[in-house]
Design a protein around this ligand. Sequence first.
Ligand code: FEO
Ligand code: CA
Ligand code: CA
Length: 627
Amino acid sequence: MDIKDTTDLSWDEFDELRDPRPEENDFDKVVDAALSRRGFLGGVLAFGSGAVAFGSGLMGSTTAARAATSAFPFEPIGTATDFDIRVPKGYAWKPLVKLGQPLFAAAEGAYGADGVIAADKATMVFGENTDGMESYVVDGKQLITVNSEYVNPKINLPAASEGVPQSAEEVKLLQSLQGVTVMEIADTGAGYDVVLDSPYNRRITHNTQMTMDGPVAGTDLVKTKADPAGMSPIGTMNNCGSGRTLWNTYLTCEENFNGYFGASDENHARSDAEKRYGIGTKGRYAYEKFDPRYDIVNEPNEPHRHGWITEIDPSDPTSTPVKHSALGRFKHENAAMVQAKDGRVVVYMGDDERGEFMYKYVSNGTWAEGQPTDGLLSEGTLYVAKFNDDMTGEWLALTPDSTGMTEVEILVYARMAGSKVGATTMDRPEWIACNPLKAEAYCALTNNKNRGLKTNAGGDETPVGGPNPREANKYGQIVRWIPEGDDHGATGFAWDLYVMAGNPNVHSDAYAGSDNVTPGNMFNSPDGMVFDSKGWLWIQTDGNYKNEGDFEGMGNNQMLVGNTETGEIARFMTVPYGAEVTGLCFSADRKVAFVGVQHPGGSWPDGEGKPRSSVVQVWREDGGTIG
Ligand code: FEO
Ligand code: CA
Ligand code: CA
C-alpha cells in the first residue's frame, strides 16, 4: 500500500484498505419484516409503548404529537452544493477561528502564503480539522475547548513533500497541528474573536505530557522504554468528539489512534489485539519512520497508551491531562456524562467502527455539586450494550467473571471483552447525547456498508435487525433509549429509533427513511449530536455530499435540529462542499452558536488559497437566543 494514495481517504476507508474483511452472506435479512418505513414514529413507537414502557411514556407521546406546525423559530433552508455556508433568513454567520490563526501574538504571520504553517510557531496557532468542542465560563471569561482531529498533509506540508513527511521536522509539524486547543473568546461588539495571549490559551498536541489513572495505569501493558513506570503517556491523538464533566472539565475522545502506528519491519506478525484494533505496519503519516515511539516493533505497548478518554481542565493552563483507563480503550467518538439517581457518574460512549459497540461507564462513588471528584473516573464498572429485537436492551457488565479476562485486559482490549459477552454490533456509533430535560439518550449510528454482509474486525456477525435494521446501511439512523426507572444507573432500557435517514425521492422501501424524513429535510450519515438548553437535538452530518444517485437531493453536509417530542426535523445550516459539520457549543448568553466546519473544499473560507478548517459563529440578527 502506497501511503501517497491514502491521504484522501476517510479514516474508516483507510482502515478497511489495511484490513479488508471477508464477505459473508449468510446473515438473516429481516429488514422488510422488522421495520417498514411506515413503522417509524408511527408503528415502531406504538409497538414500543406496548411491549415495554419503563420510562416516562415517551414512546407513546411522540406519534400523537406529530407537529402540524413547526416548533422552530426559523424557516428551514434548502440544500446547497456550493462552497459556502447557508443559514436561515434572519440569521448570520462569520468565522471565529481558522486553521493556522494565532492564539498568541508571537505566532503572528505563522500561516504562510502557501498555507504551510511555520514549524516553530505551530503549537501557538489553531490546529486543523476542528471537531468536538465545549464552552466554559471561568472567572467571568468565556473559554472554548476544541479538538483538532487530524491533518491533511497535502495542505500542511511543503509541496515538495507530496503529502508525506520527509523528515522528523515535518512529522513534528503535523503532530503540532493536532490535539486540543483551549482558547479564550470575547465579544468585541462585532462578533466574537479569540483573545490573543489570554493566560488560558493553550495547545495540547501529540507531544504534550499526560498522566494516566485507573486500573491500567502502571501495569505492564502500558510500560515503554521511555516510561518504564507506565504512568506518563505522551500526547492525545485523533481527538474526535467531546464531552464535559459535571464539574466542568473537558473530555477529549481519542478515536482513530491506530492509524498513526506502523512497523519498521513490514513483515511484523500482528497479534489478535493489533488486528482487532486495526494497528497496521504502515501508518497514515509515516510517523514510524521518524518518531520511534510510533514503531510497534520498537514500542509494542505505545498503542495501548492511546484510545482513551482524556480529561483536561480548561481553567488551569498548567494542569496535566489525565487518561482515564477505567473508561476503556477503543475508537472513542464522544463521551456523554449524566448522573444516576443515586449520584453515581454515568458516561455513555460509542466505538466508531463498522460493527463495534456502545459502552457505558458507571462510577463506584457518587458526586454532588462542590464535592471532590477523586476516583469518579478511575473506579467503576464498564458495561457494553446489548439490544434485543423486542425493543428492550441491557447493559452487560464487563468483568473477569463475564469475560474470562483480567480487569486490565478488559479495559485495554475492551472490544474483545465486548465480543465475549455478546454485545450488539452497531452501525458505527458516533455521538451520544443525553436529553437535559428527561432521562433518555440518543446515539447517531452514522452508516455501515458492511451491515449484514461482513463481520466486524473481531469476526462478530452483523445481522440485520434491532437498531441496525437495514443491510448495507448507507444512510444511518439515530437510536434512543430510556433507562429503566428513568435512571441512567439502571442496567435495563427500552429503545426505539428517533429517525432513520433515507431518500424518499429515490426509494420507496426502508431506504426512503422514517416518516419524519421528507424530500424537504433529507440527509445522510448523522454524526455530531448536541442537545441545547431547550431540549432540542442538533444533528450534524458527515456523509456523502456528491448529491447524486442514492444521495441526490441531499446536497452538502448540514446541521439540522430535531424536536424529540414530535419527531420534527428541520434543516438549519449547510456547509461548503467537501466539509462535514462537527462540534457545537454556545456562548454564555446562548445568543451565539459556535459550529465546526471540518475538511472544507475549494478555498473556503478565504476565497483564495488552500481551504482552512474553521469554527464559525452563527447568531440571530434580532439578538435572540439560539440554543
Ligand atoms: Fe471522528 Fe467517528 O468521527
Ligand atoms: Ca464524528
Ligand atoms: Ca463520521
